[in-house]
Design a binder for this molecule. Structure first.
Ligand SMILES: [Fe+2]
Length: 397
């Protein structure tokens, strides 16, 4: 599968210390608490999850290990830096930090744990490798199948002092000591959230597979994650609680895609998502989903062979005599089909009104705040290219 060339140099694998996955994986919190001799835990989550009882299972495991559990439920979607600061103020009273929720809650738990071991202000920790010390024991428990935050060392936050602009923190110190990926916790996921977060996972997998920093390890994970999403996202969204297998496979896909992208980087979808999500108040997963096929269409000419692999992984069958390029192009069609089937728009015109001037401003934001993602995109992109992709995304399928 891989050429000798790709293995004639070495590659790094970065991952959490311990991953437990499958039905019942939350049980791993109990030995985790004992291992750290813990008496108390801060459970970081969002208010809706706390009210709906989704946090009950992880909370019960911590309590049955004899811990006092304090719940910080001040996280909201697209979390602000201030939420991590507020959670961090409570970390000192506890032996463990446990993030339970979607990417927002897990990212907030990571940054809160990091803030608790330094006197430095939160903005000093942003960017790459600016977390100065290892965090205390940190466990992450996803309740969506999407962001893969449980297996990454990345956090994304809106900076409330800077007009809500998204800021990213990358640091190996943010890897969890335990990631407990339990698909039983996604049982009550609303269909719209299942669709949006699942498309985030698909975007991670496809962007990883064509990233300029891909490796044989990330390729293996990314390709399988694409297959799993193609086979399981539709039933996971439409049958939710009744289809344990589809949800379990989506949890696995999200985790594999997270491990892929944290080792390969992402691409232009994740850069263009920033301004679109901010302007239209779209969640991260939905913004990625709408843009994904349009960025793929732009990228196919640069990576025909790779997008032919993506088409196959998405379940497209090659017609006899079909050229590789035509087959690769059909990876874009298959992605549009998937969006339609899970009720996600295929055009950004469905989420707002735009003109060329807006797209020019979007391009500036993409370059200013997410240039690292554009640099890893397989086809070079300048400001005009970004505007053209937005225009194509507004024109639709
Ligand atoms: Fe993402």
């Amino acid at each position: 599968m891989f050429s000798l060339g790709s293995l004639s140099e070495t590659h790094t694998v970065r991952s959490p210390a311990h991953v437990e996955y499958g039905s019942g994986a939350v049980d791993a919190l109990e030995p985790f608490a004992s291992e750290h001799d813990a008496d108390s835990a801060l459970l970081v989550t969002d208010g809706e999850l706390a009210r709906s009882g989704v946090i009950d299972a992880p909370r019960a495991r911590l309590e049955s290990a004899g811990l006092d559990v304090e719940v910080y439920d001040g996280v909201a979607p697209e979390p602000k830096l201030s939420m991590a600061e507020a959670a961090a103020e409570r970390v000192a009273d506890h032996d463990l930090v446990v993030g339970v929720g979607g990417g927002s809650s897990m990212d907030t738990a990571k940054l809160a744990a990091a803030l608790a071991v330094t006197d430095r202000p939160v903005r000093d920790l942003l960017g790459t490798d600016n977390v100065p010390a290892p965090t205390g024991p940190l466990a992450l428990v996803p309740t969506t199948a999407g962001t893969g935050s449980e297996v990454t060392d990345v956090g994304v936050f809106a900076d409330q002092r800077d007009g809500g602009v998204k800021k990213v923190v990358f640091s190996s110190q943010l890897f969890a000591d335990l990631a407990a990926v339990d698909p039983d916790l996604t049982k009550t996921l609303p269909p719209g959230v299942a669709a949006a977060t699942g498309l985030d996972a698909l975007t991670h997998a496809i962007e990883s597979y064509v990233s300029l920093l891909r490796t044989p390890y990330t390729d293996t994970l990314a390709l399988r994650a694409i297959e799993l999403v193609a086979e399981n996202l539709r039933p996971a969204v439409t049958q939710g609680p009744a289809n344990d297998a589809a949800r379990a496979n989506m949890s696995l896909a999200a985790m594999l895609a997270g491990q892929a992208f944290v080792n390969s980087g992402l691409g232009a979808v994740h850069a263009l998502t920033y301004p679109l999500g901010m302007e239209c108040d779209l969640g991260h997963g939905l913004a990625n989903g709408v843009l994904l096929p349009h960025v793929m269409r732009y990228n196919v000419p640069a990576e025909v062979e790779r997008f032919a692999d993506v088409a196959a992984a998405l379940g497209v069958e090659r017609r006899s005599g079909e050229s590789e390029r035509a087959f690769a192009d059909r990876s874009v069609d298959a992605t549009f089909d998937l969006l339609e089937d899970v009720d996600v728009p295929t055009s950004i015109a469905a989420v707002g009104e735009f003109d060329r001037e807006t797209f020019a401003a979007f391009a500036d934001v993409a370059f200013e705040h997410s240039e690292h993602n554009i640099e890893r995109n397989p086809r070079e992109m300048d400001r005009e290219d970004v505007i053209a992709v937005f225009e194509a995304a507004a024109a639709g399928r």
